[in-house]
Write a new protein. Structure first.
Lengths: 409, 240
């Protein structure tokens, strides 16, 4: 028997019962479509998270002050300032593989331009901050060391703030804005950064020299940094080592005995990123089990219909055997039918899944990403299900006795 | 193959079926030779064993004991695949209920044995058309069985039996579902095939059908009761 004839006979048998074939394949269609759609949106979300992390700057450590404990209740990180300017200088000077160190202190404040105002986060920092965040100015310049040293009243605006105070296309360089009633001169507008994964607008912020911030906007004890220290290490590989070294240095400087808790926290962005990665791997596993269950159900549906089909077509099988079909020809014919059903279900399922993901993405503004290997795996698994669940009915058909089959009513 | 050897040589064949605890002896030692080109009718009441004999002749079933040589080859011990191949290459079948595939054209029905013989599609068409023309259905190639009369359906079945150039055509009550006019046409067609040199073994219980054959074998109680050429023994058949 020629391969072309096997395919032709199988397809004709399926086309004879179009509705039944479609309903049989429906289990596979729904399973595959659901998985394709969910994976497309999941992958899109993952891609967006990764993009967001790279926007924040890779190989960055954030050191925050420890949490204040009052009456047994621990307040959040940074509630008790423990980091000092000397700590910052020590990290800069004594730890290897550190490229940049910058302080970051911030508060919410109203910014007033000539006729408009805007509430935003005012951040005091040093020029290294812009290196760490890999963040150039779109217009003008970012903060300079001289401005920090002299406590200059200069400000770099985020794009969102610039737009809200001066309009999208205006050039605000040289203009004056008032922050906490102190006039600042705009020296730059930072390049657009976009949103974080959690929806924070990276561009809704202004930067002033940290010295000016502490002197004019929010006073503080001279010795302590009322915020965080950002550290950029020289490469991803040394992030963990530098984190350990900084921890050891700070424990030593703060006189913390062995066995006592740290009075600071070091957060590693790559750590957060890999945790996100892990959670998306868990999601993938969940999707895989949903897919497995729906393919199993779909496969059982195929097996059921193939068994019905074998018993309905007993006489046909008898005729075919009478004119010379060998048992393996009959087996092959029914296997081909099961395979065609499952494969068609897989292909239709992929199409439905892609369309559904596209609709959802358009409707809700979710990102989506369709990876060809996921499509290949889905279709491949459908085919395997078809063969797996087609084997028994096909075997049953091939074992029929031609005499009995011909007499079957 | 030497012309002296018979096409069918059955020697002391028995067939025993087990029906639960009971053993039923359908054939109890049958020996018969049929030469190439003979037109043989097998008669006998129901339960006589004539269907069992036909199943063994048709390579659907194997004898419990005894030997069956078909065209010189011993086929009594062949496996399922080899039997299927013999049915495909050497035999043609015509059934009482036609056994055509529904919703399949006459042409495709006739092509079916060639599909399993692995013949290429174009050659398949040519041979199937030739076979249908031979039985006078050249104008009905693309009709479905439901669009054909009983006589026409049985002629499609004969074309299917002939398409692979068989040595032997086995017909099981081929006129059983036909009216008398179609029966006559059918027997005329079989007689013509026999005169063309195709061996025909026909099972029937109708004496006037058997009368068209050159040789009549009467089976009763699993044994050959009578085997005569050139006529029919009324008394052996009993009342019709």
């Amino acid at each position: 028997m020629r391969p072309g004839d096997v395919v032709r006979v199988a397809l004709r048998a399926l086309m004879r019962n179009k509705l039944r074939s479609l309903l049989t394949a429906l289990g596979i269609i729904i399973g595959v479509a659901a998985v394709i759609a969910m994976v497309a949106i999941g992958e899109g979300a993952r891609a967006r998270v990764e993009q967001a992390f790279s926007a924040m700057g890779t190989n960055v450590l954030i050191v925050s002050s420890g949490a204040k404990t009052s009456g047994g209740a621990k307040a959040g990180a940074g509630s008790l300032p423990t980091l000092t300017w000397d700590d910052l200088r020590a990290i800069r000077g004594d730890v290897d593989d550190v490229r940049f160190v910058a302080p970051r202190v911030h508060t919410n404040a109203q910014i007033v331009a000539e006729d408009r105002n805007w509430s935003t986060v005012v951040t005091g920092t040093t020029p290294e901050f812009f290196d760490i965040r890999n963040w150039p100015a779109r217009l003008g310049v970012v903060l300079s060391p001289e401005e920090v040293d002299s406590g200059a009243k200069t400000v770099v605006l985020g794009q969102t703030v610039a737009t809200n105070l001066f309009g999208a296309s205006a050039d605000p360089i040289g203009q004056t804005v008032r922050i906490a009633n102190v006039p600042f001169q705009v020296v730059g507008v930072a390049a657009t950064k976009g949103q974080s994964a959690s929806g924070n607008d990276y561009d809704d912020v202004v930067y002033v020299p940290v010295t000016t911030f502490l002197a004019k906007i929010q006073g503080s004890l001279q010795k302590f940094i009322p915020g965080t220290i950002l550290i950029e290490v020289t490469s991803d590989e040394v992030t963990g080592a530098v984190s350990d070294k900084v921890a050891a240095l700070l424990r030593d400087r703060h006189g913390i005995a062995i066995g006592e808790d740290d009075d600071f926290t070091i957060k590693d962005l790559t750590e957060t990123a890999s945790r996100k990665q892990e959670s998306s791997e868990a999601l993938t596993l969940l999707l895989a089990s949903i897919a497995a269950v729906s393919l199993l159900v779909g496969g059982i549906g195929i097996m059921n219909i193939m068994l019905v089909s074998v018993s309905e077509r007993t006489r046909e099988i008898g005729v075919r055997m009478a004119v010379g079909a060998k048992p393996r020809h009959v087996r092959l014919q029914f296997l081909a039918e099961a395979l065609a059903l499952a494969l068609a279900g897989g292909v239709i399922g992929v199409a439905v899944g892609v369309v559904t993901a596209g609709r959802l993405a358009a409707q809700f503004g979710w990102p989506m990403l369709i990876r060809p290997e996921i499509v290949a795996v889905a279709v491949g698994f459908s085919a395997a299900v078809g063969i797996g669940f087609g084997l028994y009915p096909a075997h049953k058909a091939s074992r029929l006795d031609p005499i009995q089959a011909l007499r079957y009513e | 193959m030497a012309s002296s050897a018979p096409l069918i040589a059955i020697s002391d064949v028995t067939k025993t079926y087990r029906m639960g605890e009971v053993e039923v002896e359908a054939l109890r030692g049958v020996s018969v030779d049929v030469d190439a080109g003979e037109f043989v009718a097998v008669m006998g009441p129901s339960g006589s064993g004539k269907s069992t004999l036909l199943n063994i002749l048709g390579c659907f079933d194997r004898p419990t004991r005894g030997s069956y040589r078909l065209a010189g080859d011993d086929v009594s011990g062949l496996g399922a695949d080899a039997l299927a191949e013999t049915r495909n290459q050497t035999l043609g079948f015509v059934f009482q209920s036609f056994n055509l595939l529904a919703r399949t054209t006459a042409l495709e029905n006739v092509e079916l044995p060639l599909v399993y013989a692995g013949v290429a599609p174009r050659l398949r068409h040519e041979r199937a058309i030739a076979a249908l023309e031979r039985v006078g259905l050249g104008e009905r190639l693309h009709h479905h069985p439901s669009q054909l009369s009983g006589g026409q359906q049985q002629r499609v079945a004969i074309a299917r039996a002939l398409v692979n150039g068989p040595r032997l055509v086995l017909a099981d009550e081929p006129t059983g579902n036909l009216d008398s006019r179609a029966s006559d046409e059918m027997m005329a067609l079989l007689a013509k095939l026999a005169s063309d040199g195709i061996t025909i073994v026909l099972v029937t219980h109708e004496p006037d059908v058997a009368a068209r054959a050159a040789r009549v074998i009467v089976v009763r109680d699993g044994l050959i009761q009578e085997d005569r050429r050139g006529g029919l023994a009324e008394e052996a058949v009993g009342a019709p």
